[in-house]
Design a protein around this ligand. Sequence first.
Ligand SMILES: Cc1ncc(COP(=O)(O)O)c(C=O)c1O
Length: 470
Amino acid sequence: MAPLQLSPEEFHTLAQRVTDLSTRYLADLETMRAYPKTSGREVADLFDRPLPQTGEGERAFADLEQVIAHCRPNVPRFYAYVLGAGDPVAALGDYFASILNQNVTAWRSSPAAVAIERSVINWLAQALGCNGFTGTLTAGGSAANLMALAIAREAKLPANEHGVQRKGTIYASTEIHMSIGKAVAMLGIGRDNLRLVPVNSDHTINITNLDRMISDDVRAGYTPIAVLASAGTVNTGAIDDLQQVAAIARKHNAWFHIDGAYGALAAIAVPKKFAGLDLADSLSLDPHKWLYQPVDCGCLLYRDPGHARKAFAYTGDYTKVLNEDPLESFAFFEESMELSRRFRAMKLWLSLRYHGMDSFREAITNDLTLAQHLAKRINGEPGLELLAPVTLSAVCFRYTQAPPERLNQLNAAILKRIIQRGRVFISNATLEGKFALRACIVNQRATQADVEEVVTETLAAARKVCNESS
Ligand SMILES: Cc1ncc(COP(=O)(O)O)c(C=O)c1O
């Protein structure tokens, strides 16, 4: 047999093995630790092996058990960062996408994959009330934000041909996600020109300051490229007043981009919280967060694909589209920074069709309800305090039973202990200089009993840490 070939029987045996292991993993999630007992040394010793010159055959698959044992699993008590828990139906879509190995560059490269991605994009836009928006699936929210700012810069301060000629500025609140600072740097706009606008007590952007800062910059000769709003800040889930930010952007002729990577998909369940989403020129969202898709599934929606083409169309002869048909001549690479693109829509298409939008709405509603329940439990505990309003599903709080000057260090030690205990996994945030414990519930497996363990585990970890230091 030629190298790298597999008979259908061999493939079936291997696929069955992976399926059996995956089924066991999913069945075990309920009882698994929220974080594996492992160390840097242990995983390096396990996985840092010599490059195999001859094939190990099925023995390579035997080590998948070890991979599971040293991965952070998608248990019902995982509430760190902003990350969905991975829908197994979507995972099968990912698997099938890799078997088909489509390169979703353009219609002629993969007719069905292009049609499915365009259809899924249309579903997402509709579900968010952004009818008529089009867009592309991306690796994640960071990639979507980078593309959005590239489009905005080319629309407001064209630089593709001759480089940046004038000074341009971008506006966002101090709570904006770090991906914006990265994008501004990569686009040559410069982080000095990312104006961080102060927030109100509820962590939303202060509109008066925003307007004043833009006016001052315009007077000083800067071109306002884009005004950004968060539809769910990464720290606390605060939603900027989208309608007011849209009005300011319009007043100053700036692009209006919404970073909805964390929160925008919750508009499926609670649309009123997101009034103004449809006013965006571009909107980032992350199905691998609040549509529970396996990682590598972000999305950028935009009102006018002409702007995306202005930013990204740059076609070599080898990719020239020779077809006149409006559907068959479509090329994602003319609206995206990527040429080779994974068939990301496969998982979303299967997952949305299998479960239906009502089930996703119910799962998101459940996350929102659980976050409110957790906030109530924290408010009822004399040793704990909430540090921010719970607008979506991020709950920021801290243990308070120590002198104020010790609280930051103490809560950092408590977080470390919570993770070591392995029952729940939460992360942290810094709010006005205060170290916050942060539980972000974007987990279709979570129940009320699960989130209550955030409270019991925090108190248990605090007792241990305080006992050890006394
Ligand atoms: C508000 C916000 N924007 C952008 C991102 C970046 O998304 P990704 O991790 O998919 O690149 C995140 C990630 O948590 C986020 O919460």
